[in-house]
Design a protein around this ligand. Sequence first.
Ligand SMILES: NC(=O)c1ccc[n+]([C@@H]2O[C@H](COP(=O)([O-])OP(=O)(O)OC[C@H]3O[C@@H](n4cnc5c(N)ncnc54)[C@H](O)[C@@H]3O)[C@@H](O)[C@H]2O)c1
Length: 271
Amino acid sequence: MSTTVGRLTGKSALVTGAGSGIGAATAELFAREGAKVVVADIDLSSARMTAERIRDDGGVAEPFAADVSDEMSVANLVEFAADSHGGLDILQNYASNRSVVTQDVDVADASPSVWLKQLAVDLMGCMLTSKYAVPHMLRAGGGSITNSSSVVAWLSLESRPAYATSKAGVIGLSKSLATEYGKQGIRCNVIAPGHIVTPATEKQFSEIQTQVMLDHVSAPRLGRPDDVALAALFLASPDSTFINGQVLVVDGGLSAYAPMIPSFRRLTQGE
Ligand SMILES: NC(=O)c1ccc[n+]([C@@H]2O[C@H](COP(=O)([O-])OP(=O)(O)OC[C@H]3O[C@@H](n4cnc5c(N)ncnc54)[C@H](O)[C@@H]3O)[C@@H](O)[C@H]2O)c1
């Protein structure tokens, strides 16, 4: 990880899904850059572990248990964040419902309740946290929101349609927020990761599938949580003050090439 220069000194940040993977890496990086962070997750023990790592590193962090799909829980979370650190400047949404992965099947066999569970966390969670964070940001004269989408919003994996739909919805929501509140100093952008190695993807993808992902990345390695956290830092920092309503793809070139290229490569390599 690069050395810190205090890009977020004095800022109050709330990170959801911060008990694991990308959210945890983002909370830790933001704290190293001087932000006071509320580490939110539905799983309190994992949120506590992230907050502990931040404090051990000399940073400021409070863990908080919250379910981003529950409006009251989100209202309490945002109030806690604003009370703890004198307002709220930065909102980072990484919470994702992985419990429905195996039930998110072809549309012809889909269960509406599975879809609602996926959308409730991955999409509505971003809306609810924004709903309660925006008034604090308006009072402060501005703020920055980053929501996590995915390249699957526009590159189908031939599975997980509810997840793909939730991530496409995040882009629409974020562009609406950017437009509604941009004049008042609130920016809202999207991070769209490709394949990032996190506890969730290690569980979801087999070794062979992970190798296939590596074959399709135009980079020497797969993505790491810190790759996304560094992009999130840019979007939350004053370095990106004039960037609003945009999607920053962090995928090692996965979505950069035409789909027939791997077949061409196999042909030229005589496979
Ligand atoms: N890892 C990847 O390859 C990848 C790729 C594209 C997009 N993303 C997106 O990036 C984000 C982070 O991904 P990750 O791999 O670090 O995920 P992860 O599963 O490791 O972390 C998600 C966290 O969200 C928490 N969570 C689940 N439901 C919640 C709820 N209702 N309220 C609050 N917290 C809840 C979980 O406890 C977990 O700690 C997600 O939105 C994911 O969809 C990840």
